[in-house]
Design a binder for this molecule. Structure first.
Ligand code: AMP
Length: 558
């Protein structure tokens, strides 16, 4: 079956390459929802999901998501309709996710923190027709969804997870009265029309220029990406996988939800509050855990202690790992620690289980699929560098995209002439005593701030700041932060005759533009002018040094 034609917006894999991935078994012909159903049939009574809201076995999750899919269909949603997700890590989030996939709908992996600036751009970009929002959060997402629908006439359907909202269908109750056999028949009829190269999910990229780019992940590869990850860590049906970072993120789906279910394991899904999360996880007996940089400190806290009794594998990701942190989760025996490096565009690396501790604590291991290809290239060129040399990490493989969605101009520079994705990350290959490669992450070229895992595009924030009449110029750089890794620091030049704005005024400006809060500057440095390089570009290196000096002098004073 041929995939749906998005009018050239989707960059296909070359036919011979796709064929090779099928032959090697790295691509699948089955739709993603079907992969979950097959896992459920294999061991229906095993717990599939444990959350603070409740627990579901594979059978329960499978049957409920069949019903939800059928209810979506009954409300007029059709295969390939994109659905915007603004929810946190709840049981009903998982119901909504698999329900969408089984109805052939395309989840759009937006975040609960996104606002009109983001949703106003992404919704029309993908042609979203439905919005799933969480109720009971401090921000009224139902009211927000209604504002979005007023601006985007195509967004005709609204659903909630969480508390009941007047006049809106709740995922928790959706389709409960549909006969399970009818629901299954509906799902199978949808699946008969899904091609393996059809889009399964739209993920978002932090982007390197302007607004976030849309990442189309296809059925042939998306579930298998997760399966490769699970296999790399030797997960089995007996694994209990703990996760507390946003599950709708690609890492959440590929390293937790799909990965756990691809091998029949149990997912213990918690929210980022580490006290509640660690309690839920230790009660459940979590064996495998992914810790993002935002929780590195929490691992050192007393609340983590009970987990040490059950956790076998801890994967750390997002920033360099200190010796203390590594020793906390790796005892050289039963407790193993490693690192992961990955991206929504595809490529994942993880420490190899039998790799020496020295490599697991200092590198991110190696790619997880047999046909993954890694090149370290001279930045901006296509010249390959030797092992040990630092250059731009570029990758290609069975689950790495060949192009962003509807972004021909950007794709021309984001990929090499032979289809390798230019990650914008700086890395070097280090070989162990047996000659096996490991990747060490050495920095990045792309102008992003990584705020506890959420990527903030510097240029996007600069443009937004300069929309204020009181700001003539702005340059945004990362400011080191002990908990989140990095925060947004803006160097700003006041407009002619304007006085310096207060932080509250700048926050009010960003709020007024409907920008997600995690992108707002957390420090303003007013300067008379921005430093330039000798080719006339803003000298961010010098600004980063200024931030470091500022922090150091404040540290010295306190
Ligand atoms: P995302 O698509 O949001 O998952 O972001 C992918 C980007 O996050 C990568 O290109 C890196 O810049 C960064 N990243 C992911 N894993 C790591 C890691 N282990 N260490 C440092 N940066 C990372």
């Amino acid at each position: 079956m041929t995939a749906f034609d998005w009018g050239g917006a989707l960059v296909p894999y070359p036919a011979d390459v796709a064929e090779a991935y099928r032959t090697s078994g790295e691509w699948s012909e089955l739709p993603t929802g079907r992969r979950f159903h097959d896992a459920a049939l294999a061991d229906p009574d095993r717990p599939a999901l444990i959350t603070a809201d409740g627990t579901l076995t594979y059978r329960e999750l499978d049957e409920r998501t069949d019903q939800i899919a059928a209810a979506f269909g009954a409300r007029g949603l059709a295969p390939r309709d994109p659905v915007i997700f603004q929810v946190t890590n709840r049981l009903a989030t998982v119901l909504a996710w698999y329900g969408c996939l089984k109805a052939g709908l395309i989840p759009v992996a937006t975040l609960a923190q996104h606002r009109m600036h983001e949703i106003g751009h992404i919704g029309p970009k993908v042609g979203a027709v439905a919005h799933i929002v969480e109720t009971g959060l401090s921000f009224d997402l139902v009211g927000f969804a209604r504002d979005v629908a007023a601006q985007q006439p195509a967004m005709a359907h609204l659903f909630t997870v969480g508390e009941r909202a007047e006049g809106v269908d709740r995922i928790e109750e959706l389709g409960v009265d549909i006969d399970p056999a009818d629901a299954r028949a509906f799902v199978e009829s949808v699946e008969a029309g899904i091609a393996s190269e059809d889009v399964a999910v739209f993920q978002l990229s932090g982007g390197t220029t302007g607004v976030p780019k849309v990442i189309p992940r296809i059925h042939a590869e998306y579930w298998n990406n997760a399966l490769f990850y699970a296999r790399a860590l030797d997960w089995s049906a007996d694994s209990l996988v703990g996760h507390l970072i946003p599950v709708i993120h690609n890492a959440g789906i590929s390293c937790a939800l799909h990965a756990a279910h691809s091998v029949g394991a149990t997912l213990v899904l918690a929210n980022p509050d580490h006290v509640a999360a660690f309690a839920l996880m230790s009660d459940a007996g979590v064996t495998d855990l992914l810790i993002g940089h935002g929780h590195y400190r929490a691992v050192q806290s007393p609340e983590f202690e009970p987990l040490l009794a059950t956790v076998r594998h801890t994967v750390l990701s997002g920033a360099k790992v200190s010796a203390d942190l590594f020793a906390r989760v790796d005892d050289g025996g039963r407790r193993w620690a490693g690192q992961m490096f990955g991206m929504s565009e595809g490529m994942f690396m993880v420490s190899t289980l039998d790799s020496p501790a020295r490599f697991r604590s200092s590198t991110v291991g190696w790619a997880i699929a047999p046909s993954d290809e890694i090149r370290i290239l001279e930045p901006g060129r296509e010249t390959e560098l030797a092992d040990g040399e630092v250059g731009e990490l570029c990758c290609r493989g069975p689950y790495t995209i060949r192009g962003y969605f509807d972004a021909a101009e950007h794709n021309a520079s984001a990929f090499t002439s032979d289809g390798f994705y230019r990650t914008g990350d700086l890395a070097a290959v280090r070989r162990d005593a047996d000659g096996r490669p490991n990747l060490s992450i050495e920095g990045r070229i792309k102008d992003l701030i990584n705020r506890g895992g959420e990527k903030v595009n510097a240029e996007e924030v600069e443009v937004l700041l300069m929309r204020h009449p009181g700001i003539a110029a702005a340059a945004v750089v990362a400011m080191p932060d002990a908990r989140l890794g990095e925060k947004v620091c803006a160097f700003v030049v006041a407009g002619e005759g304007a006085s310096e704005l207060s932080m509250t005024q700048v926050q009010g400006h960003m709020d007024g533009l409907g920008v997600a809060k995690f992108k707002w500057p957390e420090r303003l440095v007013w300067v008379a002018e921005l430093p330039k390089t000798n080719v006339g570009k803003i000298n961010k290196k010098s600004l980063r040094a200024d931030v470091a000096a500022l922090l150091e002098s404040e540290g010295a004073q306190s």
